[in-house]
Design a protein around this ligand. Structure first.
Ligand SMILES: [Zn+2]
Length: 343
């Protein structure tokens, strides 16, 4: 199953101008602009969750002048949608957006991403995160034709979701540097244009993490993955460690990837693949009250070591080169680095 999915993710580089989402609207009251997009369709289906439905169903229907069929995002399995459905609106957090992606793939119809939180870079990507038999993996779907990010809605989301979204961008310090390393030493495909897109998304959030910049950076990262037809530009060892942490269902994706980032940057700095210092990333995280220590994460050092071993096995299976593999680090090196970085 996993191998089949991975094969589908390979690989003809696309052109920036041909890549969805072609319509991106980030503003207050953006939801009302959804009707311009829905004008070409007759039977919209809106995938959401109970909380968002209760809070915003009326707002969506009033501001767009449409009454879509509503379905609630399931935990794991896929929903049935009405036969005549011709467009899907993913309206909610990660689960609703992922379900919309999966349904759009299943029924071969378009979908629009309407995130209600800025918690991760999947809001514009064509990859859904799927849990099967307790393991999380990525499933290639379709890119959204549009992203409608209504600041009035997104700013109401819990603060922790915004921190997670920030984490899923600052981790690009690690993923981008490792991608270059993997290209040089493991012949992994590298695309300059995609690298630059993610790098400028990262820089914009390091400079200014207001909500608009964060959402734009998440959309650009999603677009970069669509262009590369791979999550590699946005996902390195720090992501694999987070996926290993998911075995215990610990924390939000962006919080976990950010937690693993200073460690990865520490090793990437040793091989001169990044100009960033782990200490600067940690300071940025500390300023935003993001977890930095095992204690903050309610994690033991032994669990973290086990997660790293598991992460390297995941990367090995996916033929992705890790800086930890490159440096042949062992437990002693990792423990020493964690001590130096005050994990
Ligand atoms: Zn991520």
């Amino acid at each position: 199953m996993l191998n089949k999915e991975l094969q589908e993710i390979k690989r003809e580089p696309k052109k920036m101008s041909d890549t969805d989402p072609r319509i991106v609207i980030i503003e207050r009251g953006a939801l009302s602009r959804l009707c311009d997009i829905l004008g070409d369709y007759t039977n919209p289906v809106c995938v959401s969750d109970e909380l968002i439905y209760t809070k915003y169903q009326q707002y969506l229907e009033d501001s767009t002048g449409t009454c879509p069929a509503w379905i609630m995002a399931p935990n794991n399995s896929q929903e049935e949608i009405p036969k005549q459905a011709d467009i899907i609106i993913g309206f909610g957090g990660g689960r609703s957006i992922d379900t919309a992606k999966l349904l759009a793939r299943e029924y071969s119809i378009d979908w629009v991403s309407v995130p209600t939180a800025a918690s991760h870079d999947g809001i514009a990507s064509d990859v859904a995160s799927v849990i099967q038999n307790g393991y999380r993996y990525s499933k290639k779907c379709k890119s959204p034709i549009a992203v409608i990010a209504d600041i009035d809605i997104i700013e109401q989301a819990p603060t922790i979701l915004r921190k997670a979204g920030t984490g899923d961008i600052i981790c690009k310090v690690s993923s981008l540097a490792e991608w270059k390393l993997a290209h040089d030493h493991n012949d992994e495909e590298f695309l300059e244009e995609v690298y630059n897109l993610v790098e400028s998304a990262l820089q914009s959030v390091l400079r200014n993490d207001d909500l608009e910049s964060l959402i734009q950076a998440e959309i650009d990262s999603g677009k970069a993955m669509n262009l590369a037809q791979s999550s590699r530009p946005c996902s390195g060892t720090e992501h694999a460690i987070s996926h290993a942490m998911d075995r215990r269902n610990q924390n939000l994706h962006g919080i976990q990837v950010a937690f693993a980032t200073p460690l990865c940057v520490h090793f990437l700095k040793q091989v001169d693949y990044t100009k960033h210092r782990p200490i600067d990333i940690q300071e940025y995280m500390r300023d935003r009250d993001m977890p930095l220590t095992f204690e903050d994460m309610k994690l033991t050092r032994e669990q973290f070591l086990d997660d790293i071993h598991h992460a390297l096995r995941i990367m090995g299976k996916r033929k992705r080169y890790s800086v930890l593999e490159h440096l042949n680090v062992d437990d002693t090196d990792i423990i020493k680095a964690c001590q130096e970085l005050n994990y």
